[in-house]
Design a protein around this ligand. Structure first.
Ligand SMILES: [Zn+2]
Length: 289
């Protein structure tokens, strides 16, 4: 089928789905691989612009075949050609473009028009959801622990702390039951009013405040939910958590736990290194089994 007929994929992972069925809209060959696009899928694809959360692993079963895709990515078409992942030439939501989930398969694949059952690896999904929620919570706790280092006003997070995470975060990686976040402490951050004075000497103190906040919040076992404005990849999605101080709403396209109690024992560690003349703060978050 020509790409111009490919509709945007409906995604059901924001409501926690790990199983579903979809009709095959397109099967495109790329080298030795096949990109299979369905009208609906529960599988979470890795994002092409901010690839923080890795793809789900999902088993596809159709009349006469079955296989596992561990490479689930975003695809987009303007009606002429199908572009995959980082080769998508436009921003998500660009008018005239449909954004789809492509299940990349190496071997057997279903054909256009077939109905496919999808079964996401629940263990991996759960571990990544734990890692992603821990990442959001730790970044809010880090904002609070860094708050008195700001000498000029900047925008605050939902809890009233200067939003260090939003201005300094340069890379975020979600891992099973954990995350790694990089924060660039360069000239532009200092110009905005962030003081790096004695940061290394103060690091253990900041870390201990951060972990105390994390542990207090997790103990409250607040509900976490994803709010969506629609069922397509281009519809905005938000991570919402009712912390004791206030409800927090953060734009996020990932998957999450449903209660903070699932993050019991989460800890964050901080380290500062020097990269290309600028200081880099790295925060690693881990949730023990
Ligand atoms: Zn997120």
């Amino acid at each position: 089928m020509s790409p111009k007929f490919i509709q945007a994929t409906r995604v059901t992972f924001p409501n926690g789905s790990i199983r579903g069925t979809g009709n095959v809209l397109a099967v495109e060959q790329f080298g030795e691989l096949w990109a299979v696009i369905l009208d609906e899928t529960p599988a979470h694809p890795v994002d092409f612009a901010w690839p923080d959360q890795p793809a789900d692993s999902v088993e596809l079963t159709w009349p006469g075949g079955s296989t596992i895709s561990t490479d689930v990515i975003v695809a987009a078409t303007d009606g002429n050609e199908l572009h995959l992942g980082t080769e998508i030439p436009v921003r998500k939501g660009t008018e005239g473009w449909n954004f789809c989930v492509a299940h990349i398969l190496a071997g057997p694949h279903p054909e256009v028009g077939q109905r496919v059952s999808l079964d996401v690896n629940a263990q991996l999904r759960s571990a990544l959801s734990i890692g992603h929620s821990a990442c959001h919570l730790a970044s809010l706790a880090l904002n609070r622990a860094m708050n008195d280092r700001w000498t000029k006003p900047i925008s605050n997070d939902a809890l009233g702390s200067a939003n260090f995470d939003s201005v300094a975060n340069s890379k975020s990686r979600i891992l099973p039951r954990g995350s790694v976040d990089d924060y660039r402490l360069g000239k532009s951050l200092r110009k905005q009013g962030f003081s790096t004075e004695d940061l290394e000497a103060d690091l253990r103190n900041i870390e201990s405040n951060l972990n105390q906040t994390l542990s207090d919040w997790i103990q409250q076992d607040s509900e976490v939910r994803i709010e969506t404005e629609g069922e397509l990849l281009t519809d905005r999605r938000y991570w919402v958590c009712d912390l004791p101080e206030s409800s927090v709403r953060i734009a996020c396209g990932g998957t999450h736990v449903s209660r903070l109690g699932e993050l019991a024992g989460a800890t964050a560690t901080l380290a500062v290194s020097e990269i290309e003349g600028a200081k880099l703060l790295q925060m690693k978050t881990e949730v023990p089994i």
